[in-house]
Design a protein around this ligand. Sequence first.
Ligand SMILES: CC(C)(COP(=O)(O)OP(=O)(O)OC[C@H]1O[C@@H](n2cnc3c(N)ncnc32)[C@H](O)[C@@H]1OP(=O)(O)O)[C@@H](O)C(=O)NCCC(=O)NCCS
Length: 189
Amino acid sequence: MTGKSKWDAARHVSVAHARTLEPKPVRDSQSEITQMVLPNDGNPMGNILGGMVMHQVDIVAAIAAGRHSGSYVVTASMDHMDFRVPIRVGEIIILRASVNRAFKTSMEVGVKVYREGVYNRTSEHTSSAYLTFVAVDDDGNPREVPPVITETDDEKRRFREAGQRRERRLADSAAKKNKLNQREKRGVR
Ligand SMILES: CC(C)(COP(=O)(O)OP(=O)(O)OC[C@H]1O[C@@H](n2cnc3c(N)ncnc32)[C@H](O)[C@@H]1OP(=O)(O)O)[C@@H](O)C(=O)NCCC(=O)NCCS
């Protein structure tokens, strides 16, 4: 087959339409996934696997970052994650993502995970995670993203704290790179 399919063309048109560097409110890109935990998602004790939760966290966060930036995005990093409460097979898992802050080409996205009973509808916060996504062009090169507009007190706090986390993240990443370079120079595998 030669040339681009109609799906390729539609994809490029919709991305081109969505792309603007105008500041956007956090609420415009907030994203949510709700799913039932099925037996295939679980460990032998009947709790969802941590890796399954991380997979869904990555997806819901990528949706929020993609909506905010109007671009394809790649995960640059995911911060530490604790699983405080198990989510059982047969329960509902809910993941909510918001872009906390946009920098030049990267965005910090916060995700909160909840479990919900099927019949009693009580929900409980089980984990949180912060991820950094980078918006990329068709060649995979980083591209600029619009700033976020924070409206609520929580959004303003998350925006402030995202700046502090970014400083720590970049310092950690630079220290790791440095260590790897030194090991390579010494020929350590
Ligand atoms: C993420 C990626 C695009 C960064 O590319 P790069 O050439 O290092 O680009 P730069 O150094 O210019 O950094 C681009 C942005 O990413 C941020 N960044 C890079 N590494 C990061 C990290 N480990 N954690 C957080 N942010 C990071 C930079 O701070 C910069 O943000 P800013 O423009 O808002 O200031 C590139 O490393 C990549 O493609 N990685 C693979 C991503 C991927 O495939 N993920 C899926 C799982 S494998």
